[in-house]
Ligand binder design. Structure first.
Ligand SMILES: Nc1ncnc2c1ncn2[C@@H]1O[C@H](COP(=O)(O)OP(=O)(O)OP(=O)(O)O)[C@@H](O)[C@H]1O
Length: 566
């Protein structure tokens, strides 16, 4: 990346960030004003104290009590503004943090579920935590000091001109430009490249660790831990090299800053003396210049953080600005389906996964799922059964053709309405680490306990839950239930959500034959009048279906219609 595009990228990212922070503009401005007031009080304190001390020594003038009073008053003012600046700055930062996390999660939800196929969980987690945390630092510790770094030295220059020392003002002006606009940017290009790599590497580390923890049992069982650690070690070594480059440049800038500060103080003394200032005034000017240094050093911190902040923001926007694989309809096209169960029709549908555009999983599929029908889908593994279900639920859009809900393209139904009306039971359902009741109420927050028990009874899980220490309030996790229990809990959750269309992908695959038969019979009753797509490998459950479709070689063949059997 060239310096030009790097700088352009930073400018546009900073603009984006500042416009994101618009709702907290007023507290931000107050924070800036407090920072400037704090710096001004600090400069006045040092300048006045230096002037008073030198005057006392050279002329013996001044009262100790009045000097002490002024010094204490200025110190108190400085303290108050310091507190206010920190308070408002952090208030802004934490507000932005909360806004950003909610914004990011909302975008993730809008892009789900396809986004989860393209990005590793650990990587997304790194973006929503560490990358967003960096933006807090930007608002709390960089933007306010950086603006104050421009305002405060400008005030000092004005003061020097007003008290009649334009030569000193010129010397201070040059020093300010060198210390504020020159030194902080020494080596920035190299540092910027390395900081971007560090942020990317940290994302890789997060993803690698999250995968390693999620797959810990498999990794240990297959003795793959040393290889995982070696991969991590390689990334960590490169991280260390890049961090060293950043640290070396940072140390070089600190040394250069100190040398330039000494030069600036010397220039103030020489030009003030040449301008006819007395010793006390020279001391005051030196002290004020000295008080200006911390303000200028903030530019270095700003420039240093800007690199990593920009990289983090780029990672956040990669997701946040991403377009959905299933975009919502325009207002003019939007169609809201009625409550009743629909007929779902596949009209000349072809589909290839985004990662493999050349390989059509399904091709030229014409299929009608009757309204209120319980339709079985079978076929060899990998033939495209889940894909058929995903198209019916609009997790993906067909690359050719249409999927129709009572004759209306699914793309014309607002996505949130569709998600609410279609219930999907995945072949590997996820249970949140919370209580059984909270898991059941995920899609039906208002459901009563009585209704939860009914749903549990339908999936033959009520006896098991009653025997648990806290019944419905028993805490569970994805790992504390058997495969069959997890599947049944997911089915109970789907009963409670009560969609008009229900897609069950291998929902009873881990149940024994007797339990499965019982559960399927009850589900058949629970879902009477819903349009159900029942994807299965168990031919034994097909005799309960109104219609059976076989998926093979990208085609779907309606095999039999057994409506009378149901
Ligand atoms: N996200 C994805 N990206 C790329 N290819 C995918 C993706 N998901 C599935 N596939 C591929 O699409 C094909 C159909 O997968 P699908 O899950 O629909 O098959 P299935 O019939 O449900 O298989 P099974 O019975 O084993 O669950 C497979 O070859 C699979 O590898």
């Amino acid at each position: 990346m060239t310096e030009h595009t790097l700088t352009d990228g930073r400018a546009s990212q900073t603009r984006w960030l500042l416009s994101f922070g618009r709702p907290v503009l007023w507290p931000l401005l107050i924070s800036i004003a407090c920072r400037v007031a704090e710096l001004a009080a600090g400069a006045a304190l040092l300048g006045y104290a230096a002037h008073a001390a030198v005057s006392a020594v050279t002329t013996g003038s001044g009262s100790a009590v009045s000097v002490l009073l002024v010094v204490l008053t200025l110190a108190a003012i400085r303290g108050v503004f310091h507190y206010l600046e920190h308070y408002t700055g952090h208030w802004v930062a934490f507000r932005v943090l909360a806004m950003m996390r909610v914004f990011f999660y909302r975008r993730l939800a809008a892009l789900a579920p396809a986004i989860t196929y393209r990005h590793r969980t650990g990587d997304l987690l790194g973006r929503v935590t560490r990358d967003i945390d960096r933006l807090e630092v930007f608002f709390a510790h960089t933007v306010v000091p950086a603006i104050a770094a421009v305002v405060m030295p400008s005030g000092v220059l004005l003061w020097l001109i007003v008290i009649g020392y334009p030569g000193v003002a010129l010397a201070v002006g040059v020093s300010v430009v060198v210390l504020g606009a020159g030194v902080p940017f020494v080596g920035r290009r190299r540092v910027g490249r390395n900081e971007a790599a560090i942020v990317a590497h940290l994302g890789t580390v997060s993803a690698h660790l999250a995968d390693s923890i999620a797959g810990l049992r498999e990794i240990s069982a297959f003795g793959a831990a040393p290889e995982r650690m070696r991969t991590l070690d390689r990334v960590e070594r490169d991280l260390a090299v890049r961090r060293r480059v950043v640290a070396r440049w940072s140390a070089a800038r600190v040394a250069l800053t100190r040398a330039c500060q000494v030069g600036a103080l010397a220039a103030v003394v020489v030009t003030a003396h040449a301008g006819g200032a007395d010793a006390a005034t020279i001391a005051a000017m030196v002290a004020v210049m000295f008080a200006t240094f911390p303000a200028l050093e903030a530019v270095d911190a700003f420039a240093a953080l800007l690199g990593s902040t920009t990289s983090s923001l780029r990672r956040i926007r990669e997701i946040a600005d991403g377009t959905s694989d299933t975009p919502g309809p325009s207002t003019a096209d939007a169609w809201h389906p009625p409550e009743s169960a629909p007929e779902i029709r596949f009209d000349g549908v072809a589909f290839a996964h985004p990662g493999r555009p050349g390989r059509r999983v399904l091709d030229r599929v014409d299929l009608t799922l009757p309204a209120g029908g319980f339709v079985g889908v079978v076929g060899p593994t990998g033939s495209g059964k889940s894909t058929l279900g995903a198209l019916a639920a609009r997790i993906w859009d067909p690359v050719v053709g249409r999927v129709l809900w009572d004759g209306h393209d699914l793309r014309h139904i607002p996505v949130d309405v569709l998600r609410d009306r279609v219930t999907v039971v995945d072949q590997d359902p996820y249970l949140l680490p919370t209580s059984i009741a909270a898991n059941l109420r995920l899609g039906a927050p208002e459901a009563t306990d009585e209704r939860l028990w009914e749903a549990l009874h339908a999936v033959d899980l009520d006896t098991f839950v009653r025997a648990m220490p806290d019944g419905l309030d028993t805490a569970i996790s994805d790992r504390t239930l058997s495969g069959g229990q997890r599947q049944r809990l997911a089915l109970a959750r789907a009963i409670l959500h009560d969609g008009a269309v229900i897609v069950v992908d291998e929902g009873t695959g881990q149940l024994d034959a007797a339990t499965e038969a019982r559960v399927v019979a009850r589900l058949r009753r629970e879902w009477a009048g819903r349009t159900v797509l029942w994807i299965t490998h168990r031919e034994s459950t097909l005799d309960r279906c109104d219609m059976v479709c076989r998926v093979r070689d990208g085609q779907v063949i309606v095999e039999e219609s057994t409506a009378s059997a149901c």
